[in-house]
Design a protein around this ligand. Structure first.
Ligand code: F1P
Length: 351
């Protein structure tokens, strides 16, 4: 099979996978799944590793935005190494363990930890494996993903957790917004995917993705896709933080990608315009691209979605997934077999 074919197929196949996941979510009794752990009654603690940790961050931001309750995200390793830093002594938490494989050693160890202390938790997974046997509460998305790097599994599990949050917030229009994404993104792919592929033919000496709010974990995951799929370094920052030092990296062959929100558009787009002024190469992704950004950016991707702002997160990520794969391919690498990576991280002697 030619390089990257499997991963690219899964990236392009996301809209159809989202349709299937949304159909499944419509049939589930989410109230039973969560029981007396509704977000209004306890703090939800989202847990994952790697891509699934950024997913956890996006899910926590979504729950807080939709319900106005406290929610946090931590890497599984932090619970294992510094539980006192993560788990408050007196307040009730409801952990949500996120793992595509359900086989990642650190996540299984966290599941054992919570079971040992009788802390009920929700598992969110695609493959299931051991994780789904460790709790009676599992949200399993119908995603069959062969690629090493996570693409449709990330967007589908995030969509599932956003659906769950909107269910508790009784926000039917939010769920309808999620349901509008498959068709909308199917229309965007033929327009912008070729532009992303062409854009990826150039080499970059440094790469940084910028975002604020619930898009920040999407910028983090975008950077991770570039790192994993092209074995090149990429960073991520809160957009306005980039001025406070990191912008010293900006030069001609430095890519600065802005995942620009609607709410913070003026302030976030100003940073991207400034980086272009410093000689950087810029990529702008926004729901509506202003004339100034369209004029300035080297590549501007306009989503034009009718969905509520928070429901658009997964539609921002598709372009970074494609960029990572095409940067890898243009370097002669194979994104289907990323250097040094395996589909699941298991730690010797720990499952
Ligand atoms: C988590 C993970 C991914 C990473 C790679 C290896 O897997 O670390 O974040 O991109 O695919 O596995 P999981 O716990 O979600 O299965």
């Amino acid at each position: 099979m030619e390089n990257g074919k499997k991963t690219l197929r899964e990236i392009y196949g996301q809209p159809q996978v989202w349709r299937e996941c949304l159909k499944t979510l419509d049939t589930l009794d989410l109230g039973v799944l969560v029981g007396d752990k509704a977000p209004q009654t306890c703090e939800w603690l989202f847990v994952g590793c790697g891509t699934s940790y950024y997913l956890a961050q996006a899910a926590a931001a979504s729950l807080m935005s939709l319900l106005g309750v406290r929610a946090r995200a931590v890497p599984a390793s932090e619970i294992l190494l510094f539980p006192r830093l993560v788990i408050p002594k007196d307040s009730a938490i409801f952990p949500v363990l996120i793992s595509r494989s359900g086989h990642t050693s650190e996540v299984l160890q966290v599941a054992e930890f919570f079971n040992r202390y009788d802390v009920a938790f929700l598992a969110v997974t695609c493959d299931g494996r051991e994780l789904q046997t460790m709790t009676p509460r599992t949200l399993k998305l119908p995603v069959e993903e062969e690629s090493t790097v996570m693409t449709s599994s990330f967007t589908s599990m995030l969509m599932g957790l956003q659906y769950l949050s909107a269910y508790f917030a009784k926000q039917k229009e939010f769920i309808e917004g999620l349901k509008s994404l498959p068709e909308a993104v199917e229309k965007l792919l033929p327009i912008y995917a070729p532009q992303v592929e062409a854009f990826a033919q150039q080499t970059f000496e440094d790469v940084a993705f910028l975002a604020q709010g619930a898009l920040y974990p999407i910028a983090s995951e975008t950077a991770l896709k570039v790192m994993e799929s092209s074995s090149s370094y990429a960073q991520f920052f809160h957009a306005l933080e980039f001025r406070h030092g990191p912008k010293s990296i900006v030069a001609e062959k430095v890519l600065v990608g802005g995942l620009i929100s609607e709410s913070g558009y003026a302030q976030e787009s100003a940073v991207l315009l400034e980086m272009k002024g410093l000689g950087g190469t810029t990529l702008a992704i926004a729901n509506e691209i202003s004339p100034a950004v369209r004029e300035s950016a080297d590549l501007a991707i306009e989503l034009g979605l009718a969905a509520p702002e928070l429901a658009r997160l997964v539609a921002y990520l598709v372009w970074g997934q494609l960029l990572g794969s095409h940067l890898g391919l243009s370097k002669g690498l194979n994104p289907d077999e990323p250097r040094n990576l395996s589909r699941v991280v298991t730690i010797a002697g720990q499952g």
